[in-house]
Structures are given as structure tokens and as C-alpha cells.
Ligand binder design. Structure first.
Ligand code: SF4
Ligand code: SF4
Length: 161
């Protein structure tokens, strides 16, 4: 349709922790204008510096992009929070990210920092209100349950060690 695109959340809400690779990916598409949030002048300078040289992709860049893509999966929560509030108090957004946080950081960190969110998953009564609100039509209760199973396994494993 000959329209440009503003790309919100070019770091996937913090899930892509490599600004260089995120911008190498996006700069392949000249009609896409990323609009990242900034919390420092240094961060602005870093992004501006990407545009001071041609975009060159190596085979290892592409492998890294693929790694992010497969890790985030197709049922990726964008952390937009449109699904909330949950009538039963489930902390949907942080709980949706449990699997990724545990694999990125560690089960020790994930069980500690996301304990409250993961314990709230037990209050889910499958009302599906959140699914109706999610612009990406994610099967939220199903993903939450899968993440809770992983969390429960981690808690048990850590309790044994
Ligand atoms: S399906 Fe579960 S998580 Fe979603 S709104 Fe209903 S109770 Fe909350
Ligand atoms: S609305 Fe969907 S994508 Fe947005 S935070 Fe909720 S589950 Fe994630």
C-alpha cells in the first residue's frame, strides 16, 4: 500500500537485549522506522551511531537473529498489557514471560523475581476475558499454565538441590 511503518518496541519490550542486532534486522527494511524508548543520552547516541555506517549483515548476525526468533517463539507476549486487569488478580504480563526469563537468566533468578506473579496464576479460572482483549489473540491461560508447570518444576528442583 506504499505506506511506511512505525516499529514500536524494537527491543521486544526488553526481551531483545542486543541493540546492535535489533537494528541490523530492522534496517534491512527501509520503510520501517523504529521508535525505541530511551532512558539516557548514551542510548540515543548508540542508536544514532548505527545509522552512521552501512548496514552489513554477517552469517553470525543471521544466526543470532534466528536464535532470538526461535527463543521468543510464535506465541510471543509483547508486554502491551491490554489484557489486564485480570478479574481474578492474575499478574498476566510478568507470568507470560517466565519461560524466557528463566532461560535467559536462570531458574534461580526467575523463581525469585517472578514468584508473586507465578503464584497468582493459580487464581486463573479460565474466564477468557484476557484472550478477548489480547490484540495478538494469544491463548493466555494455556501459556500461563505451561509457564506455571515450568515454574513448579524449577521450584521443586531448586528445593532438592
Ligand atoms: S482467563 Fe485467567 S488470566 Fe485470563 S482474565 Fe480470566 S482468570 Fe484472568
Ligand atoms: S495483551 Fe497479549 S501481548 Fe499484550 S501483554 Fe497481554 S498477553 Fe501479552
Amino acid at each position: 500500500m506504499d505506506l511506511g511503518i512505525l516499529a514500536m518496541k524494537p527491543f521486544a519490550g526488553g526481551m531483545i537485549d542486543n541493540a546492535d542486532i535489533a537494528f541490523k534486522y530492522l534496517r534491512q527494511y527501509p520503510d520501517v522506522i523504529p521508535i525505541p524508548g530511551f532512558d539516557s543520552v548514551d542510548a540515543v547516541d548508540q542508536v544514532v551511531s548505527f545509522y552512521e555506517s552501512p548496514n552489513r549483515l554477517t552469517a553470525s548476525d543471521e544466526q543470532l537473529m534466528e536464535k532470538y526468533r526461535s527463543e521468543l517463539g510464535k506465541q510471543f507476549c509483547r508486554r502491551c498489557e491490554y489484557c489486564q486487569p485480570c478479574p481474578n488478580g492474575v499478574m498476566i504480563t510478568p507470568a507470560m514471560g517466565y519461560r524466557i526469563v528463566a532461560s535467559r537468566m536462570s531458574p534461580v533468578v526467575a523463581t525469585e523475581f517472578l514468584r508473586e506473579a507465578m503464584e497468582s496464576v493459580k487464581s486463573c479460572e479460565d474466564c477468557n476475558t484476557c484472550i478477548e482483549r489480547c490484540p495478538y489473540e494469544l491463548p493466555i491461560p494455556e501459556i500461563l499454565r505451561a509457564n506455571y508447570d515450568i515454574y513448579e518444576r524449577h521450584v521443586a528442583e531448586l528445593g532438592k538441590s
